[in-house]
Design a protein around this ligand. Structure first.
Ligand code: FAD
Length: 401
């Protein structure tokens, strides 16, 4: 059996859903089908993240991340207000705890200003304690724009609106192949084939596999990095008010374990960044041979190991030893003890890596024929989803008359 559509979207995470929404808002009445392999939406990165509405502080000025985060931030707040989705702009502090981090903090401030953030403020130790009384550091940076939200709730609202606008969302429909036939594209799903004029793929952790369906020589491979969280027990909630972040190591694409207030209540600590032995290996003991083999045989993998082995071992140590995790947290809140923490959830980051072992920092979108592939959409892609979605919608709409 086959179905026809103008556009087929692959992936029911926040980027795929936002793209579908932007297509229908830009060109109402478009026949659009969204295929998702799971039986529910937002089951992977979108439903397993820190829930932070990022301000645009970290990103290289002019990068896709910087541009889409700044634009997407405003669009996210407007959407949440319009749809009465709970969110809060609580601000965050980034805290330097060693001398070497001071110049990195200056660089973050410079980037934030270049990206158009207003109200950034350096904090002396006493000022840090005015905002977060239990936090210790030698200098801080207050970022007033940062907020919190539940991205799974946002994604489900995108889906609700899509359905109202006439889109068809097909759950439990894994894409097995994508083929070009004359001037149509066939997307072969587990239960049927869908013919489309344009296909947009937003497949997160599987994005390189989907990219190889239309471009067998695709130069990127997804390496999965699990982020594990602990939660503060009730008795320790008083130790953190809002969001407390360390100064990230600029050589590494992740932000370091931090404290995040959750919009539905509670405080999470994490995530670390451990190489995962499977793209959906959410538990420490999960192992997927095919995924692991694909990762370790990728030429870039060995170069990543060569470059980051020391950091990687530290992350494994923090994953296996609660004591080591706690000591990373104690740099920010010295009073934290192992007894204050209970296990939280985990998410897996889809991090694209090239053959030379570069972990791609920026968002990466490729077009081949009438197929648009999102090959790298790491954090802050949830914050930026409506802006990325508009970019993808514009590209998709320009591909067909
Ligand atoms: C631990 C962690 C913390 C993060 N914290 C933040 C944060 O605080 N703020 C922020 O802005 N961002 C954060 N991010 C990043 C953010 O979550 C992601 O950038 C965003 O969710 C990516 O959305 P997506 O739609 O591209 O991917 P996903 O949410 O992973 O969705 C991809 C979808 O494609 C589907 N799919 C895959 N293959 C197929 C196939 N063959 N057929 C059909 N469907 C398929 C999958 O099932 C999945 O539902 C975090 C990410 C992680 C992992």
């Amino acid at each position: 059996m086959s179905s026809n559509a103008a556009v087929v979207l692959v992936g029911g995470g926040i980027v795929g859903l936002a793209t579908a929404l932007r297509i229908l808002q830009t060109r109402p009445g478009t026949r659009l089908i969204l295929m998702e392999k799971e039986s529910r939406l937002a089951q992977h990165q979108t439903g397993r993240n820190s829930g932070v509405i990022h301000s645009g502080l970290y990103y290289k000025p002019g990068s896709l991340k910087a541009l889409n985060c700044r634009a997407g931030y405003e669009q996210m707040l407007a959407f949440c207000q319009q749809e009465a989705i709970p969110y809060e702009i609580c601000g965050k502090i980034v805290v330097a705890t060693t001398g070497v981090e001071l110049s990195r903090l200056d660089e973050l401030h410079r980037r934030g200003v270049a990206n158009g953030l207003e109200g950034l403020r350096f904090l002396q130790p006493a000022e840090i304690r005015e905002i977060e009384p239990h936090c210790s550091g030698i200098r801080g940076l207050f970022v007033p724009q940062t907020g919190i939200v539940d991205y799974a709730v946002v994604a489900r609202k995108y889906a609700e609106k899509l359905t109202e606008m006439g889109a068809e969302i097909v759950l439990g429909e894994r894409v097995l192949d994508i083929q070009r036939r004359n001037n149509r594209i066939e997307v072969i799903g587990e239960s049927r084939t869908y013919a489309a004029q344009v296909v947009v793929v937003c497949a997160g952790l599987q994005s390189d596999r989907l990219a190889r369906m239309t471009d067998p020589g695709s130069p990127l491979r997804i390496l999965p990095f699990r982020g594990e969280y602990y939660k503060l027990k009730q008795s320790a909630l008083h130790l953190v008010n809002h969001l407390i972040y360390p100064v990230p190591d600029p050589a590494f694409p992740f932000l370091g374990v931090h404290f995040t207030r959750i919009i539905s209540g509670g405080i999470e600590c994490g995530p670390n960044a451990v190489f995962a032995f499977g793209r959906e290996a959410y538990r420490k003991t999960d192992f997927n041979l095919h995924d692991t083999w694909e990762a370790v045989t990728w030429p870039g993998f060995h170069k990543v190991v060569g470059k980051y082995w020391r950091t990687g071992l530290g992350e494994f140590h923090r994953s296996l030893s609660k004591k080591a995790f706690v000591s990373a947290l104690q740099k920010l809140i010295p009073e934290i003890e192992a007894d204050h923490l209970e296990p939280g959830g985990a998410g897996i980051r889809a991090q694209a890596c090239d053959r030379a072992g570069r972990l791609l920092d920026d968002f990466d979108i490729r077009i081949s024929g009438n197929v648009i592939q999102v090959c790298n959409a790491p954090s802050p892609a949830a914050t930026a989803s409506l802006a990325i979605g508009q970019t993808l919608a514009d590209k998709a709409l320009s591909l067909w008359q």
